[in-house]
Ligand binder design. Structure first.
Ligand code: ADP
Length: 489
């Protein structure tokens, strides 16, 4: 198949969260399976041109933004055969220190930046004669692409392509005031509750959901959850309307990046048949954070965006109880300042038991995965979650809340039957989390049982090939459905 995969971020070029891991790995897997894939993303300042040289393609795109015409250069990067990467260079929009905003808020021109991006994807597909079967967009930053495809581009050479839209987190919708509508060059007839309007505002994510030929999200459980008023962030009704074209495909993991047997960032490599290297990784991690270096102290790790979704109110509520249980705790994260301040207070009080770094640091993320005994994800909601899956591979036992992809990937360990790969709790409450940690520590104190649990986790296979096959089936079914239907929405 010919696939255009568009994402506002992708490893190894630019990353703020799990979407970048997906957008780096899934198209690459399609390419390895023999499909012809083009990944399209903006060229931000963080793109490291020394490591990944970019080649000017000589193509300039022209995209109308309201009455103006904005232009962009297109650069290409060659990673693997069959896998073309195009980066849209428009420095006024993308040459900034961050991708979407600063810690104090989103960039004010995000509507314009991603109207431009959503439309450049189609302009690039035309300019490079990609003739795609599938145009696959991801998250609100590409939400208008399916809208354009069904409206302004419905008579273009792209008209035969099926559009797929993946929701990686329904909490981020790209909501803008209606004064931004003219910049889209879409008619006001689309500013209705049936199309782009959301309580008087313009909603890019809704555009993707309503106009794409198929809609997907990143776990089966999350697909069910977002169709409920409790977890749909106001879009549950729109999603229920589309339930026949709605899929939930679990993300995979790129074990080329995340495996303790080959990880270049960790102090000693290890595998299920030789676990001793993990001890070195633990003492290395304790040293990095200035904690007491002792093998027998259970060490809990967290790597996360510091936002409400991730359960930091629960963690803050029980952090001192955890210290009293004799645990150590390390955290790597960036995000909202209120959480930085809240958590930093605890670190100052317990510097030998608590380590924190408020930064984005990929190498340290790998060290935490390898050096921790236990990994925490007490999320309020979690579309898929990747770190719990990485943790399994590193023999780092996940403690998670039973929501979204966490529920789909983690099975609560039963010390009697010895089935399961982690620990899981249902109610979003600090006491449930604490009770679950205590259950976890009981198993930790029985080393042979703990190692069994670790090894069970390490054996799990969440590689991308399975997910890629599921996506290809959705692509094929959607194309077939589209070809049966008379044209139009
Ligand atoms: P989300 O996409 O909601 O942020 P995921 O668990 O799906 O959550 O993916 C998060 C990804 O971002 C993981 O690869 C994780 O290791 C990485 N990550 C998050 N915060 C940091 C950080 N501060 N430094 C390095 N990597 C981080």
């Amino acid at each position: 198949m010919k696939i255009v995969f568009a994402s506002p971020e992708a490893v190894p070029f630019a990353k703020t969260g799990g979407l970048a891991d997906v957008a780096g790995a899934l198209p690459k897997t399609f390419a390895q399976m023999g499909h012809e894939v083009t990944l399209i993303l903006p060229k931000y300042r963080v793109v490291d041109e020394k490591r990944f040289p970019l080649n000017p393609t000589g193509i300039t795109l022209h995209v109308p933004i309201g009455q103006r015409m904005e232009s962009a250069g297109v650069y290409s990067a060659d990673l693997t055969p069959n896998f073309k990467v195009l980066l849209i260079r428009q420095d006024a929009y993308y040459d900034r220190a961050q991708l979407y905003g600063t810690p104090s808020g989103d960039f004010e021109d995000n509507a314009e930046r991603f109207i431009f991006f959503s439309r450049s994807i189609l302009e690039a597909a035309l300019a490079f004669h990609l003739q795609p079967d599938i145009i696959h967009g991801n998250d609100w930053q590409t939400g208008l692409t399916p809208v354009y495809l069904k409206t302004l581009y419905r008579s273009s050479p792209l008209a035969g392509a099926a559009s797929i839209f993946t929701i990686h987190n329904i909490g981020y919708q790209g909501l803008f005031w209606h004064y931004d509508m003219p910049m889209t060059n879409l008619g006001w007839e689309l500013f209705t509750p049936q199309a782009l309007e959301f309580y008087g505002k313009l909603n890019f994510l809704k555009g993707g959901i309503v106009f794409a030929d198929a809609v997907n999200t990143v776990s089966r459980k999350y697909m069910e959850e977002i169709q409920t008023p409790e977890m749909g962030f106001g879009l549950d009704g729109v999603l229920r309307d589309r339930h026949e074209d709605l899929y939930g495909i679990l993300n995979g993991v790129d074990y080329g990046e995340w495996s303790p047997a080959s990880d270049p960032f960790i102090s000693k490599k290890y595998s299920p048949s030789g676990l001793s290297g993990k001890r070195d990784c633990k003492s290395d991690l304790q040293r990095v954070f200035g904690l007491t270096v002792r093998e027998d102290i259970p060490l809990i790790g967290v790597i996360s965006r510091l936002v409400e979704q991730k359960g930091f109110d629960l963690i803050a509520a029980i952090l001192e109880d955890m210290i009293n249980l004799g645990l150590q705790f390390v955290l790597l994260g960036t995000g909202e300042e209120e959480y930085h301040l809240l958590l930093e207070n605890f670190r100052q009080k317990y510097p030998k038991q608590i380590g924190m770094k408020f930064a984005f640091d990929n190498a340290l993320a790998h060290k935490i995965e390898a050096g921790s005994d236990i990994f925490f994800m007490p999320s309020r909601y979690e579309p898929c979650g990747l770190n719990q899956i990485y943790s399994l591979k590193y023999g780092t036992v996940p403690v998670v809340r039973a929501t979204g992809g966490l529920d789909d990937t983690i099975e609560d360990f039963n010390p009697i039957s010895q089935a399961g790969n982690g620990f899981k709790f249902k109610d979003y409450s600090a006491s449930c989390l604490l009770e679950t940690i205590k259950r976890c520590l009981q198993v930790y104190s029985n080393r042979p049982l703990w190692e069994k649990l670790m090894i069970q986790g390490m054996a799990a296979d969440f590689s991308w090939v399975q997910s890629a096959k599921a996506y290809l089936k959705v692509y094929q079914d959607t194309l077939a459905k589209k070809n049966q239907k008379p044209s139009g929405r």
